[in-house]
Design a protein around this ligand. Structure first.
Ligand code: UDP
Length: 476
């Protein structure tokens, strides 16, 4: 048989929390000898271009984000695809219209592109598809072109498992939700210990179950059941029981934390959708462990009341802080910037990993996005949790209730400044946060050893995935 090379066609999802792990997965596959065709939407391309224009060395790099990766020997071709809207169109303001179209019109564009990629590829290349689980089209398109379909999930296995078993939730009467005041224990999801209905993903707690977000989730979890393999950005040791149970349904591999794998750390590919403020110098001047990092990720919007209570909580607590505020700083209380003097830095975006790994950081007030949690575990920074929506309430349960590496921002329904200050002081004080720090340090070591070349669970899983993928592709 003539020599062949496996060719992963990868279409990225357009949110920051998906883009970073997806690019890292592409780099990892490429460093394992695969050919990659990596596709961003034109809109994502434009965002990345704007955010990274200062760091660009030549013309090629400005248009091909993988040119440095190619020069380092990785076989990655970069393409873009239109999402059907102009670059000026506001995808946040028109969220429903945009995602309706992504659900119903985008698949035919992807179909055409994948057809073209396959047609124009060298005959020695054997294509397969790698797509974000949230996409609605992977199994249909993989079927059409008779190629294998790998689904990549960027949230914890726990969240995957709950959404995967939506039928069970319906059968037991826990979905649609009966309403917030009726808290119930759910103890029938395979591989998932008892979980309160209030810890389910927000879209499972909503009264209206017909929104565009629901349609995306329903479609995604119909489709994923036909995937040949599922890859999850988690670690065996973090979610072993859940992963074992998922494997009963479909071959599922924990390959996280993908953003920290070491085999491609020197390869530079633009990943951040916004310009990053450099906090290093400011942080370096602060005493070890004295700075609280506050960020609610790329999507969650802090409202005026919450911003005010956090601002006053920060003032009362008297700790140093870096606060990522994506909204206008007009929402801050009068005089806030004067009052904080040099003890606080407010930025609209930063390099979160550089911040979290700086020894000046002592705590993280987070919305509980899964990437942020993994990054915090990696850096040994205990968390104060304030989940907003989607998987965040469920992720909070892992952090606070199961792993005991974080605390809740407020115990009641409303956020108030005195409690905020009290929680900040508790997490920033070495004595009162001792056990959280011990636990997160232990978990960080477990996560780091999962990447060990010999015996690390993630290393082993990734090797096994490649072996099984090759076996299945060549058996076709
Ligand atoms: N992030 C960043 N700079 C910031 C805030 C966030 O680089 O100022 C990164 C963070 O490191 C993480 C991602 O954005 O990798 C956010 O993903 P996550 O899953 O935590 O939350 P999401 O944005 O999806 O809600």
């Amino acid at each position: 048989m003539a020599e062949t090379k496996l060719h992963a066609i990868m279409i990225a999802f357009s949110f920051q929390g998906h883009i970073t792990p997806f690019i890292n997965l592409a780099l990892k596959l490429a460093s394992n000898g695969f050919k990659i065709t990596f596709v961003h939407t034109e809109f994502t391309h434009q965002m990345l271009s704007k955010a990274h224009q200062d760091g660009v060395d030549d013309e090629e790099e400005a248009t091909n984000f993988f040119s440095k990766a190619r020069k380092s020997g990785l076989d990655i071709t970069y393409k873009t695809i239109s999402d059907g809207f102009s670059l000026e169109y506001d995808r946040i303001l028109n969220f429903n219209e945009y995602w309706e179209s992504m659900l119903h019109d985008f698949p035919s564009r992807v179909d055409e592109l994948i057809g073209d990629i396959i047609k124009s590829s060298d005959s020695s290349l054997v294509p397969f598809l790698v797509a974000d689980t949230f996409y609605s089209w992977p199994s249909t398109i993989a079927n059409k072109y008779n190629i294998l379909n790998i689904s990549f999930w960027t949230q914890p296995a726990l969240v995957f498992s709950i959404a995967y078993h939506l039928d069970l939730l319906k059968q037991y009467g826990n979905f649609p939700s009966k309403g917030n005041d009726q808290e119930e224990q759910i103890d029938y999801i395979p591989g998932v210990g008892p979980i309160s209905s209030k810890d389910l993903m927000s879209y499972l707690q909503d009264k209206d179950t017909t929104t565009i977000v629901h349609q995306i989730v329903y479609k995604a979890f119909d489709q994923v059941k036909f995937a040949d393999f599922v890859l999850i950005n988690t670690v065996n040791e973090l979610e072993n029981g859940t992963l074992l149970a998922l494997n009963e349904n479909q071959p599922t591999f924990a390959i996280g934390p993908i953003n920290f794998s070491t085999d491609f750390t020197k390869v530079i590919v633009p990943k951040s959708l916004w310009v990053e403020s450099d906090c290093t110098e400011w942080l370096n001047a602060k005493p070890t462990g004295s700075v609280l990092y506050v960020s609610f990720g790329s999507l969650a919007q802090s409202n005026k009341e919450l911003t005010e209570e956090i601002a006053h909580g920060l003032l009362i607590s008297e700790v140093n802080f870096i606060w990522v505020l994506k909204t206008d700083t007009d929402v801050l209380p009068d005089g806030f910037k004067n009052d904080i003097k040099d003890r606080g830095m407010i930025v609209s975006w930063c390099n979160q990993n550089a911040v979290l790994s700086n020894s000046g950081i002592g705590g993280f007030l987070t919305h509980c996005g899964w990437n942020s949690i993994l990054e915090s575990i990696w850096c040994g920074v205990p968390m104060i949790c304030y989940p907003f929506f989607a998987d965040q309430p469920t992720n909070r349960k892992l952090v606070v209730d199961d792993w005991k590496i974080g605390i809740n921002l407020c115990d009641g329904a409303r956020v108030n400044r005195d409690e905020v200050a009290e929680k900040i002081k508790r997490i920033m004080c070495i004595e009162t946060s001792k056990s959280l720090r011990n636990e997160i340090k232990k978990l960080g070591n477990v996560v780091r050893s999962s990447l060990d070349d010999v015996g690390g669970s993630t290393r082993t899983n990734f090797d096994q995935f490649i072996k099984d993928l090759k076996a299945k592709i060549y058996a076709k």
